[in-house]
Every structure is written in structure tokens, then in C-alpha cells.
Ligand binder design. Structure first.
Ligand SMILES: NC(=O)c1ccc[n+]([C@@H]2O[C@H](COP(=O)([O-])OP(=O)(O)OC[C@H]3O[C@@H](n4cnc5c(N)ncnc54)[C@H](O)[C@@H]3O)[C@@H](O)[C@H]2O)c1
Length: 307
């Protein structure tokens, strides 16, 4: 079966492309390499790589043509980046998604599986977070991801194809690089491995639900294979840990002890996060399989090889 992975040169997309190949899918990737890396796909020459932008109507049209399923991951990612570049965020995440949906409608795609984010919820009101938790994003990124979801679900209603939006919590794993807009695990991992001081924003007692990329890949494939299912689902581990607790685990996993400094809380960051994943379990059969200890050990190995 021919499928398209937009953003397939990125962290999650490249892990998804790898698994799809293993499962016998024919994989095309559309990516403009804004935050992705051609090297992520270098081990998989079977992947058809299209260097293009999701905002480009012709490029999207050609990439979607002939695909039964579109996994839409291409995005401007992250709260801080969206605060710095709000217009880029909206153009890529909102207009880019509409381009994908228009092409999906035109070419008779059976299913669009879109990558959404727990960022749509904003500050936590109830714990754990269920799908019907109020959506009050704290950043342009959360707002654009919410709009992306709504557009996917509107298109499913209007045009009869299936659309599943997966609201990832904090994803981590191999191919996740250190950068200024990165998540906390890659930032801390590369700092620990290089014996640099860690900066924790706030008191470190804020909590996060860290989900391994292999589980996120599982959710995408289950969503594609679940016939007759549309809707938005939380994808997390269903467990949470404080940032202080995470650092302790990372010190144990790497065997390296590093100094920590505490800075002021960051704008756009929520205090707590924990996914209720029962809806994804019921509708998609999603069950996380990788615990944090196992995932951190695997990530340590990958990160060490990058230095
Ligand atoms: N990593 C997380 O914790 C997390 C959490 C919630 C949601 N998500 C979502 O998962 C998806 C994948 O994120 P990721 O963590 O792999 O990030 P990433 O930055 O590694 O991947 C995004 C990919 O999209 C590509 N891209 C960006 N703009 C593009 C454009 N205009 N046209 C074509 N390609 C473009 C980038 O080059 C990159 O390869 C995103 O939709 C993101 O919003 C990620």
C-alpha cells in the first residue's frame, strides 16, 4: 500500500517511515528539511523522498496523488518557536494542513492521520487529561494545532474520508536532536553527556507525560489500520514524572552526575501534564509498550553515538 509521510525526515516521521517499510508499506516522504535531516532517511533508500513544502499546492498535490493513507507530521513545532515566529507557525500548520486535506479530498485518500499535540489543552484543569478537557492553548503553536485538528475533522465530515488526529504528549527517542527549540529530554541528554550544567525552568516539580517514539509510531499505524474510525485521541504513556525526577533517572541511566541550576519558569509552559489514553486504547487498540527506563537507555545509546 502506498502511503505518504509529510515531515518524514523529522524525528517522529523518520521513525514512522522506518516501521512502515518494515511492515511492507510503500513509503513516500514530503519534507522541506526545515527542521528535518536527510540523514534520518539515509538508511532507507526504499523511501521515495520528495523535497517540498506543505504550503506549495503543486508539490502537495503530486505527493498525495496515488496514496491510500497520508500521515501528516510536517509542522512548525514547539511553543517557543511559535512565539518567536507566529506567522510561520500558522502558515505551515494551518494552511499547510489545508493543502494536505484538499489534495486528500481530490485524490480519494482513504485516511489522513494527523499529528496533533497536548499543547491544544493549555493549563491543566483536571488530571488525567481526557479528550473532552477544555482546549485553551497557551501558545500560537497550541492554537494552530487545534485549528489543524478541527480542519481534519471537518473534512472527514464533509467529504467522507477518515481522519484521526493524535494528540501527542512529550515524545522522545532516537533521531530527536538537541536544538534551541527542542524538548527537555534531548536538551538534558546532550548536556549531561557533555558534562554541562543543566538549567531547569521553575522549581522542577512540574510534571510531564513522556511517551516513547516507538509508541507514537504504533499509534499512527493503528490509526491507519483502524477502519471506520475518525476522531481525536490522546497519545501518551499514561504516566507522569516531575522534571526533577526525570533528571534523576537520566543521571542513573547515563551514569553521569551533573550540576543543576534553576531559572524562572518559561512563558507558554504548562505546570502539569498527564494523558488519559483510554479512548485510544478502546478505539485503536493503542497500548504503550516502552517504559521510561527502557526508552531512556535506548536514547542514551543513540545520543552517545551522535557525539
Ligand atoms: N516531539 C514531540 O514531543 C511532539 C509533541 C506533540 C506533537 N508533535 C507533532 O509531531 C509532528 C512531528 O514532530 P517532530 O517532533 O518529529 O518534529 P520535527 O521538527 O523533527 O519534524 C517536523 C518535520 O516537518 C518538516 N517540515 C517543517 N515545515 C515544513 C514544511 N513547510 N513543508 C514540509 N515539511 C516541513 C521538518 O523539516 C521536519 O522534518 C509535528 O506535527 C508536531 O507538531 C510532536
Amino acid at each position: 500500500m502506498q502511503v505518504l509521510v509529510t515531515g518524514g525526515a523529522g524525528f517522529i516521521g523518520s521513525n514512522l517511515a522506518k516501521k512502515l517499510l518494515e511492515k511492507g508499506y510503500t513509503v513516500r516522504v514530503l519534507d522541506n528539511l526545515q527542521s528535518g535531516f536527510a540523514t534520518n532517511l539515509a538508511p532507507y533508500p526504499e523511501v521515495e523522498f520528495v523535497h517540498g513544502d506543505v504550503r506549495d499546492k503543486e508539490a502537495v498535490d503530486a505527493a498525495v496523488n496515488g496514496c491510500e493513507v497520508v500521515f501528516h507530521l510536517a509542522a512548525s513545532v514547539g511553543n517557543k518557536r511559535s512565539i518567536d515566529f507566529p506567522v510561520d507557525d500558522a502558515e505551515i500548520n494551518v494552511i499547510g494542513t489545508l493543502r494536505i486535506l484538499e489534495a486528500a479530498r481530490k485524490h480519494g485518500v482513504r485516511k489522513v492521520v494527523a499529528s496533533s499535540s497536548a499543547g491544544i489543552f493549555g493549563e491543566l484543569k483536571t488530571l488525567p487529561i481526557r479528550e473532552d478537557h477544555p482546549v485553551e492553548p497557551d501558545s500560537p503553536y497550541g492554537a494552530s494545532k487545534l485549528c489543524e485538528e478541527k480542519q481534519c475533522l471537518v473534512y472527514a465530515k464533509l467529504y467522507g474520508f477518515e481522519s484521526v488526529c493524535l494528540r501527542y504528549f512529550n515524545v522522545y527517542g532516537p533521531n530527536q536532536r538537541f536544538d534551541a527549540y527542542g524538548n527537555v529530554i534531548p536538551i538534558f541528554m546532550f548536556q549531561i553527556l557533555q558534562n554541562e550544567k543543566l538549567t531547569i525552568f521553575g522549581d522542577g516539580e512540574q510534571t510531564r507525560d513522556f511517551v516513547n517514539v516507538r509508541d507514537v509510531v504504533q499509534a499512527n499505524i493503528r490509526a491507519a489500520e483502524a477502519h471506520g474510525v475518525s476522531g481525536a485521541f490522546n497519545i501518551g504513556s499514561g504516566t507522569r514524572i516531575s522534571i526533577n525526577g526525570l533528571v534523576e533517572k537520566m543521571k542513573t541511566t547515563t551514569g553521569i552526575s551533573t550540576d543543576i541550576v534553576y531559572g524562572p519558569p518559561r512563558q507558554g509552559d504548562v505546570r502539569d501534564s498527564l494523558a488519559d489514553i483510554s479512548a485510544a486504547r478502546a478505539a485503536l487498540g493503542f497500548v504503550p509498550a516502552v517504559c521510561l527506563d527502557e526508552g531512556l537507555a535506548e536514547y542514551t545509546q543513540w545520543a552517545t553515538q551522535q557525539l
